[in-house]
Unconditional design. Sequence first.
Length: 431
Amino acid sequence: MLEKLFALKEKGSNAKTEVIAGITTFFTMVYIVFVNPSILGIAGMDTQVVFVTTCLIAAFGTIAMGVFSNLPIALAPAMGLNAFFAFVVVQKLGYSWQVGMGAIFLGSIGLFLLTLLKIRYWFMASIPHGLRVGIGAGIGLFIALIGFKNMGIVVPNADTLVALGDLHDPKVLLGVLGFFVIVILSAKGIHSGVLISIALITGLALIFDPAVAFHGIVSMPPSLDSVVGQVDVAGAFDLGLLGIIFSFLLVNLFDSSGTLIAVTTKAGFADKQGRFPRMKQALFVDSTAAMAGSLMGTSAVSTYIESGSGVSVGGRTGLTAVVVGVLFLLTIFFSPLASVVPAYATAGALVFVGILMASSLIEVKWDDLTEATPAFITTAMMPFTYSITEGIAFGFISYCVMKACTGRFKEINPSVAVVSILFLIKFVWIG
């Protein structure tokens, strides 16, 4: 049956290899079931419920990817979008989490329509490489800043904007320890370093932090009513949220599409143009899962680059993804653990993700200022304005300014010009 469903021999694999690959991928990305509730909890959402819904959408999305596209690719709520939602849309701008999640849903609908109309990759390919790199790296720095803040190592300061936190605080030291556990284990090729770090720091927190309490390990899943069905899509039709919705769309577009190409290339499936077998099915699963995730209140769902860890140990078919999905379903019964994990235990994971995302800056043409300037502006403005939207806006506008003022008008393609004009209109009329 497995051979019929996944063509294991044709792909040069077998059931044992695929199961091992699935377990490997799961342990490299299962940290999301602790990190996502921790971040969304700051927006006022029930962390235990978010734990369960994160497991559910990761399971269904990943299994669907395995069955319909026969690719070893896993999906889960996207890092970056969840932080942007909680810290900017809800905390900074003051929208309720229900409305903010509605904005993510509308952005996900945009992604689905781009896929349905077959213009998704045309749009992605038309965005200059430097801007794409800048967006990814900027999100990395934005996530890292949030990680340092949750760790307590970066704190607000009225005179210098930010300052070093209290290094005598045990919680700060535990957060720093967690980060180094992750990067050292990852440098040694231990794929589950993030999970090991979260477990270790949570265990130490139970000993040294009176605020952290143990509530058990296994239980039946809680009622999902406090989150599922509460998303306010109608409330997201707000003029002030247009830029936010567009940012959600743009980030998810680059993140998911780029990850699909990266993982299929690593597996040897993709050609030089980034096309791979059953691409249409993969894109539809990806965009549908993004809508479903936001509607369930878990943030938009995206493909995970950690899928590459399973590919590296031999995963070549959708059976790898199905194994990952089944493991996520089993994880649902461990929801009490979500309330035990303190924010500083997951902070190291955020900084680590920032490192991985910022590494792409090496691809920028630094000797060409018309390319380097917008890439740098995009990257820098995200953490400095505490907004992914503003980073993208200033990046696109600076690209057009640099190309136009240096006589290189022909390099400004229509999609970049239109996006830049839309952002300029936003700044003039909305602010």
